[in-house]
Write a protein that binds this ligand. Sequence first.
Ligand SMILES: NC(=O)c1ccc[n+]([C@@H]2O[C@H](COP(=O)([O-])OP(=O)(O)OC[C@H]3O[C@@H](n4cnc5c(N)ncnc54)[C@H](OP(=O)(O)O)[C@@H]3O)[C@@H](O)[C@H]2O)c1
Length: 227
Amino acid sequence: MATVMITGANRGIGLEFTRHYAADGWTVLATCRNPIAPGELATIEGDIQVHGLDVTNHAQVDRLARDLDGTAIDLLINNAGIYGPRGMDADGMDYAAWEDVLRTNTLAPLKVAAAFTGHVAASTERKLITISSIMASIAENSGGGEYIYRSSKAAVNMVMKSFAIDVASRDIVVAMFHPGWVQTDMGGPQAAIDVATSVDGLTKAIAGLSAADNGKFFNYDGSPLPW
Ligand SMILES: NC(=O)c1ccc[n+]([C@@H]2O[C@H](COP(=O)([O-])OP(=O)(O)OC[C@H]3O[C@@H](n4cnc5c(N)ncnc54)[C@H](OP(=O)(O)O)[C@@H]3O)[C@@H](O)[C@H]2O)c1
């Protein structure tokens, strides 16, 4: 059976990914910052291994990659993310917070992808997904503002586009997805869709990815999104 590794698996979209793939019979390498108290993650039935991983801690990323040496990972999902302070205008910008968001949303996905490339390349499916956002889209930016989050996700799209080209020779498919506006701690209760709808769409779209989709940016329903 296939193996999926998910970052930020303890709540929100990552938790729902875990629930979905575990119910489908996959082995789930569910990573979270606090594996001692993983909350709801501990209640999900299935073949789930919980591993501690703060994605901004590069030494910890390398250690987990070494611990999982020899494990083929069919699907790696860079899901962990933060929004940072909301509604900041250019005058009052919190530059330290911006750096934190970039470390989590932009730098960490590449670090995780690089550390686990060998595990993914050794698998059957060979897929590497990053959960981005429609807020990354320059073409779709009609609202302005949100410099911090928008730039972190636009940058991770560019990072993953380059990574896609660099690992294409190893037959790995790299893709970026907007999960929808989802009812999570980040999306808020007024968001448009629930986690089950988002993950149902995402998992179907991920299952349908082929080599022709390498380096592309999609909505959770599988439709293409403009950069
Ligand atoms: N919800 C939406 O409407 C929406 C829309 C577009 C894109 N997204 C993206 O979807 C992804 C999941 O978001 P969500 O809505 O599920 O958010 P969420 O409910 O706030 O959950 C975020 C998850 O990321 C984890 N995380 C944050 N920083 C981490 C770090 N340094 N190391 C490891 N884990 C870390 C959190 O762990 P802790 O519990 O330890 O904090 C949590 O598990 C994010 O990349 C987000 O940007 C969400």
